[in-house]
Write a protein that binds this ligand. Structure first.
Ligand code: MSP
Length: 655
């Protein structure tokens, strides 16, 4: 891999407002770019808007707005949204800009001068929605558009053609010699068999619309929008400008695209470039699509998740992380708000957020915020090293889900290590001072390594945590691949603990989103997966409310706990004093009236269910911070503790 990295997103059609699908592709590219920069590569990131074509002209007409004004407005919206979501692009290209048009014309001239363009007549089907030519007999019914599913239109017009048919062998040879050119492999295989099936010359100009880039020396024709659009990847770098701009050094680059536009990028585009005598892209990385209600999220279907709604209810980090952690690269994903809330709570609030605050709280409490001089526990260190190495390798291949998964496993190892060592108990015994140092240093090393490695996926929170760790500079300036995880700075003073990822109240958020989308008449909030969370409360059977509502139930915060210690209380023969790990920074003290039926030593290690938000209550001079659940059996009400047949992590909510 070279030290330079150029990443592009598709340029987006400006026929409607951006939705999650567009934000996703751009966030993914932004994450890749952040990661590459973090690894020390000089990088360049291009995104922008694709503003020509009949489809856009018609959308403007339908609104009664002059087309230039129409595209200016929507291009502005895309840019605004990307800026608001802190997408760190270097250039936002617009295909209506003069520089781009001049570049596209130069690409055309180079292909023409190489004898690859000729004039003829196109008679066939054209899909305005997809900007695609489709095979099919004139007298048959209009064929379906490949992507949008709409009906194609029959057109017969004078057109310039590109000699694509001459490129079959060259393209196949290129795919063979560059096996990583199209990824994942399934997409590569799809294209290889398509090209093996033979290629026809491609119509690359239109006379029935004026809304496009003029064909050089023939003002009656505008370029086919894909010739115009694809050229953006090189016009943005000023490939034809003289003197050659410095940024041209970034070519060739990596194209990130959705699988919906595979053929354009892996057949047409390489052929145009070969024709013009320019180097081919380094790689074409093909991501899957977000579905909603079982269909591709799209502007046309109106089932796109509204970015404004995401913005109002979720931290940007949570949305980015969810998209990366949930969708395997190249696969489709089903977007649900419920899963987004769950991810945010499990991985951000309870995961990295909790581990960081737990660690910093312990350091503040037991070591006056100064990192002690001790070695990181070797088993945890090796787990962390392995996880970071895996994550870095996966991130290099855009496999964020797999990389994140490796880090999650390491995080669980660290959590377990802390719970097993019981630092709160060690702190009470001066003889265990050195051991406590090891726990603290290990936890600190873990937080630092996780924050650094997760930085491209959690740009805002990682930097906030970095500041809490009181390190200079930024987490994103540290290369995770070069971090010496076991090298912990003894004597370093940590900063203040700032909560980064608050727990989201799922029921409340789901309820609000349901109301908002219903008021907008927008696409339904939730395809089946988490419908239970928004199901209406059962109607009371009688006037005296025989039922509670789901909201009533949601008020009870039931959590998985683990008993760490159980002691009898002097003078209270029925009560036991329990120390319970609820996945919080410190175990809780809970009193339970079970002493007549459970021996304290038999309870240590047991998983139980705790009502975690019960008002604290004082009994026998001791405060109980919660209540444990038990069945009350027989006339005597013998308590039998509620527990789990499977292993479950501490602190998880029951619902
Ligand atoms: N203008 C062309 C691309 C020209 S590139 C030289 C185009 N535009 S688009 O606005 O329709 O969509 C472009 C890209 O947006 C898709 O390839 C994909 O990256 C992203 N997405 C659009 N809908 C999406 C989903 N439902 N899910 C994920 N990404 C989606 O095609």
């Amino acid at each position: 891999m070279t030290d330079r990295f150029y990443i592009t997103t598709p340029i987006y059609y400006v026929n409607a407002e951006p939705h999650l699908g567009h934000l996703y592709a751009t966030m993914l590219a932004d994450t890749v770019r952040r990661f590459q920069t973090q690894r020390g590569r000089e990088s360049y990131f291009l995104t922008g808007t694709d503003e020509h074509s009949q489809k856009i002209e018609r959308a403007a007409e339908a609104k009664g707005v002059p087309v230039q004004l129409f595209v200016d407005g929507l291009a502005g919206r895309f840019r605004e949204v990307f800026d608001h979501w802190k997408i760190g692009y270097d250039q936002f290209i617009r295909t209506t800009s003069d520089a781009h048009k001049a570049g596209a014309q130069e690409l055309w001239r180079r292909c023409r001068d190489a004898g690859l363009i000729y004039k003829s007549v196109y008679a066939g089907w054209y899909c305005v929605q997809d900007n695609a030519f489709i095979d099919g007999p004139k007298d048959g019914p209009p064929p379906e558009c490949p992507d949008s599913g709409g009906p194609a239109e029959w057109v017969e017009e004078e057109s310039y053609f590109f000699r694509l048919s001459e490129f079959q062998d060259r393209l196949l040879a290129y795919y063979r010699e560059h096996p990583g050119f199209i990824q994942p492999d399934s997409r590569r295989n799809e294209i290889v068999s398509f090209v093996e099936g033979g290629l026809q010359d491609l119509s690359i100009s239109r006379v029935t619309t004026k809304w496009g880039v003029q064909v050089p020396d023939d003002p009656a024709h505008v370029m086919y929008v894909w010739f115009d659009a694809l050229s953006n990847y090189v016009t943005a770098l000023g490939f034809s400008e003289s003197p050659e701009p410095e940024r041209w050094k970034f070519w060739p680059g990596v194209h990130l695209i959705g699988k919906d536009i595979l053929r354009f990028h892996t057949v047409y585009w390489p052929a145009f470039l070969m024709g013009a005598g320019l180097p081919l892209p380094e790689r074409v990385m093909v991501h899957g699509l977000w579905m909603s209600g079982g269909r591709k999220m799209s502007k046309r279907l109106g089932n796109g998740v509204d970015i404004g709604l995401l913005d109002r209810h979720f931290q940007h980090d949570a949305v980015r992380y969810y998209c990366l952690a949930e969708m395997g690269f190249g696969q489709d994903g089903d977007f649900t708000y419920g899963a987004l809330v769950d991810r945010s709570n499990a991985d951000l609030a309870n995961g990295i957020g909790n581990l960081a605050s737990r660690t910093l709280t312990m350091l503040a409490k037991y070591r006056e915020s100064v990192i002690p001089d001790a070695a990181v526990d070797p088993a945890v260190l090796s787990a962390l090293e392995q996880a970071v190495t895996t994550a870095v390798a996966e991130f290099e291949n855009f496999e964020f889900r797999r990389g994140i998964e490796a880090l999650r496993v390491a995080m669980a190892t660290v959590d377990r290590f802390i719970s097993d060592r019981k630092p709160w108990a060690m702190a009470k015994d001066p003889a265990l001072e050195r051991e406590l140092d090891v726990v603290l240093v290990t936890a600190f090393a873990a937080v630092r390594a996780l924050v650094v490695t997760l930085a491209p996926t959690l740009p805002e929170g990682a930097e906030a945590l970095w500041r809490s760790l009181n390190f200079e500079g930024t987490a994103s300036a540290v290369d995770p691949g070069a971090l010496a995880i076991g090298d912990v700075p003894a004597g370093h003073r940590i900063g203040d603990i700032v909560p980064v990822y608050p727990r989201l109240n799922k029921e409340q958020i789901m309820d609000e989103i349901t109301k908002e989308t219903a008021a907008d008449g927008a696409a339904p909030v939730e395809p089946a997966a988490s419908a239970a969370a928004v199901a209406p409360a059962p109607t009371p059977a009688t006037e005296d409310d025989a039922f509670i509502t789901i909201d009533d139930f949601a008020k009870v915060d039931l959590r998985v706990g683990q008993i760490l210690a159980a002691d009898r209380i002097e003078g209270a023969d029925k009560l036991l004093k329990l120390s319970v790990d609820l996945g919080e920074t410190e175990p809780r003290q809970v009193l339970a009236g079970i002493a007549l039926h459970y021996a304290p030593e038999a309870l240590v290690g047991r998983k139980i269910v705790v009502v975690a938000n019960l008002k604290p209550r004082k009994m026998r001079g001791l405060v109980s911070h919660g209540m444990i659940l038990a069945a009350s059996v027989g006339d005597d009400g013998v308590p039998v503790l509620a527990t789990f047949a499977e292993d479950v992590p501490n602190g998880i909510r029951l619902k």
